[in-house]
Every structure is written in structure tokens, then in C-alpha cells.
Design a protein around this ligand. Structure first.
Ligand SMILES: [Zn+2]
Length: 320
């Protein structure tokens, strides 16, 4: 099975995606829609998606909604050289510090302790600044990280005290099989998620645990509804976005679970919660919406379904 880097400079790309780069035809959106295929499941697009469009590095990118799994995905897929510029150390540090503090390491560590023994070997794939590694070491696991590029890997190692592989080198695959692999805010960056995830699962021991957490940017959420409505209003006024498309995939709970379901794993745990992001660190009206959104997602009937984050654990079958 194809694994992640395959010589491409991004850990999130199998390098096999057909790449069509260039401005999307603003005057003929149906033509653009015709060739767009979901990165998560391969099904065609059926309409434009969130967050509409953006320009990066001289090229236009548009987002489409998948007719199959319901994920929203970027088109064209940024090519390897563009991904390398997106994940250049300066820009990439911004990317992972932007998500810093969102991941719920305490919840994840509690889940892992329920399913692993002391001293279990845990890999944090895409370990960012090393926060999860610190928590995993403190919990008694033999934790190591993997991050894209030597400078980011070194920074995570220094901050966490764990050893960190450089994903560009690919040598994390040479280590013994892992008891658990954690993916924190990683999957939404993958341009070829199914083969990349299959390559990661291949490095788990039989019976090992795939643990993942990340955003559900399309899920039921008061804050999400406001953010998406704002994006639609901007697009309707003809305003093109100018964000760096680090997230190439956007999920709701159903689409996220559909991707995991294709890996042939046994589900152990699935949780959805609301953290109010990106309004949670604002005051005024946005801060109020964040507090209302968090409260709303805790109401009976919405609890466990509404929310903008997931925590998931899956077990690799013991045989085969
Ligand atoms: Zn899909």
C-alpha cells in the first residue's frame, strides 16, 4: 500500500494525486465542478463547498462538497512544490500554533490509559509543538513524535523531551511496530488521506490503537453555522479568500467516521464536543456566540452530536 511521503515533500501527500493547478474558472463553476473528486472517498462533487475559495502563491483553489461521504475538499490539489511552500517552517509554525490549545490531550490520554499498559510505545504522528508528547511521557508511555521538516522536529523534541522523527526522512517507518499512533489535527491536512492513513495503520502492531482528534468544521455547531454563513456572504459578494489552504478537507461527524470506516479497524471510542473556536478567544458578540454555542452543544438531544471537535479511538484487528 502506498504510504505517506513517497519522496514528496509533504507528509500529508501520497504524491499520486492528479494535479491540476491554476485559477479555477470563475465564470464557469460547473466546469470546475466536473473534474473535482473527493480526496477522502473519490466520489464526485455535487456543489460548491466550504470555505468557498482562496488564492495562494499565485494559484486559485476552490472547495467542493462530496456527493459520497459529504466531506468538503480542495480542488485543484496543491502540488508538491506548493505544499512545500505552505509548510515552510515560518508558515507552518503559524499553522500548528494556530491550533495550539485546541486539542484535548487530557481526554485522549485518559482513553489511551484505558487501552494501553504503562510503557506502551506511542507515536504522535504530526506532533506539532510537542504538547501531546509531553502529556504522553508524563502519563508513563514511551512516546516519540514525527513532524515535517528537521527544524520543526527539532523544536518539538526540545520542547517535549521526546525524540522526534523528521517525516521528510521517512525513517519513522523503520521503528518497531507501535502500540498506538496518535493523530492530533492532522487528517484535515492530508491530500491523499486513505493511503496515508493505511500506511500509518500498517505500522501499528496487531491489536494496536489508532487515536485521532481534530476539527469537525462542517458539523452541527452554532459557531460553525455563523462562520459558514459569513464565508457564504463573502463569496456572494465576490470576495475571494486569501487564507493558506492548510486544511484541504473539511468534515462533519458522518464524513469523518466514513473515512475511518474504510480502514478496516474496530471502533473503541467516538466523542464529539464543542470548544467555541474560532470565537472562543473573542469578546463581544463573537465571545457570546461561543459561550452560547458551547452551552447549546451540551443540551440533551444535541450532546454528543453537535460540536466542532472529535476524539476517536480504533483498534487494529489482532489477526491479519
Ligand atoms: Zn467523499
Amino acid at each position: 500500500m502506498q504510504t505517506d511521503t513517497n519522496g514528496a515533500p509533504s507528509p500529508f501527500s501520497g504524491g499520486e494525486q492528479a494535479v491540476r493547478r491554476g485559477s479555477w474558472p470563475r465564470h464557469d463553476p460547473l466546469a470546475a465542478l466536473g473534474g473535482a473528486k473527493c480526496l477522502a472517498c473519490g466520489a464526485p462533487a455535487w456543489r460548491g463547498g466550504y470555505p468557498h475559495d482562496t488564492r495562494f502563491d499565485g494559484a486559485g483553489y476552490r472547495f467542493f462538497a462530496c456527493a459520497g461521504c459529504g466531506a468538503h475538499f480542495i480542488n485543484p490539489v496543491p502540488d508538491a512544490a506548493t505544499l512545500a511552500r505552505m509548510y515552510a517552517p515560518d508558515a507552518y509554525h503559524q499553522a500548528f500554533y494556530a491550533d495550539d490549545g485546541r486539542a484535548n490531550h487530557d481526554t485522549m490520554i485518559t482513553h489511551l490509559r484505558a487501552h494501553l499498559t504503562d510503557g506502551a510505545r506511542v507515536l504522535d504522528y504530526g506532533c506539532g509543538n510537542g504538547d501531546f508528547l509531553r502529556a504522553a511521557l508524563a502519563a508513563g508511555f514511551l512516546a516519540q513524535g514525527a513532524e515535517f521538516g528537521a527544524s520543526a522536529a527539532d523544536a518539538a523534541a526540545e520542547r517535549s523531551g521526546a525524540s522526534v522523527f523528521d517525516l521528510m526522512r521517512g525513517d519513522w517507518r523503520d521503528a518497531d511496530e507501535w502500540d498506538a499512533i496518535h493523530l492530533g489535527d492532522v487528517i484535515e491536512h492530508m491530500t491523499d488521506p486513505l493511503p496515508t492513513l493505511a500506511g500509518i495503520v500498517a505500522r501499528l502492531r496487531p491489536g494496536g490503537v489508532l487515536a485521532a482528534q481534530g476539527p469537525l468544521e462542517l458539523n452541527g455547531s452554532l459557531i460553525g453555522m455563523c462562520v459558514r454563513a459569513w464565508a457564504r456572504a463573502k463569496a456572494a459578494r465576490g470576495q475571494q479568500g486569501s487564507f493558506i489552504p492548510w486544511h484541504v478537507l473539511y468534515f462533519d461527524a458522518r464524513a469523518q467516521r466514513a473515512l475511518f470506516d474504510r480502514l478496516g479497524l474496530h471502533p473503541i471510542a467516538w466523542q464529539v464536543h464543542e470548544d467555541g473556536w474560532p470565537y472562543s478567544h473573542h469578546g463581544g458578540a463573537r465571545g457570546m456566540i461561543a459561550r452560547m454555542g458551547v452551552a447549546l452543544a451540551r443540551l440533551p438531544g444535541l450532546r454528543g452530536r453537535w460540536g466542532n471537535r472529535f476524539v476517536a479511538l480504533y483498534r487494529k484487528p489482532a489477526a491479519g
